[in-house]
Design a protein. Structure first.
Length: 85
């Protein structure tokens, strides 16, 4: 794991991002103290979503009714109480 000072990271930000894109994790220091670790973002896929939802029961009819009721509350047009003010 490589270390950079905050000043160096700021001045060489493009190089910092290039290193991270290559898979490196960089520790940023300020005053000889580590203040951050920056590494590659975890890319999410459909397989990740399928794995997260595995074993969870699909929504039932009641769930669909609740969603529709909530949408009705958002889309119901009410008279503007300030229209005649």
């Amino acid at each position: 794991m490589r270390t950079m000072t905050a000043t160096e990271a700021s001045r060489r930000f493009s190089d910092l991002l290039d290193a991270i894109e290559r898979g490196e994790t960089i520790t940023i220091t300020r005053g000889n103290r580590p203040v951050a670790e920056i590494g590659p973002a975890h890319r999410r896929t459909g397989a990740d979503l399928r794995a997260a939802l595995d074993g969870i029961e699909p929504p039932d009819d009641r769930f669909a009714e609740d969603i529709n009721s909530a949408l009705d509350l958002l889309t119901t047009e009410e008279r503007d109480p300030w229209a005649d003010a």
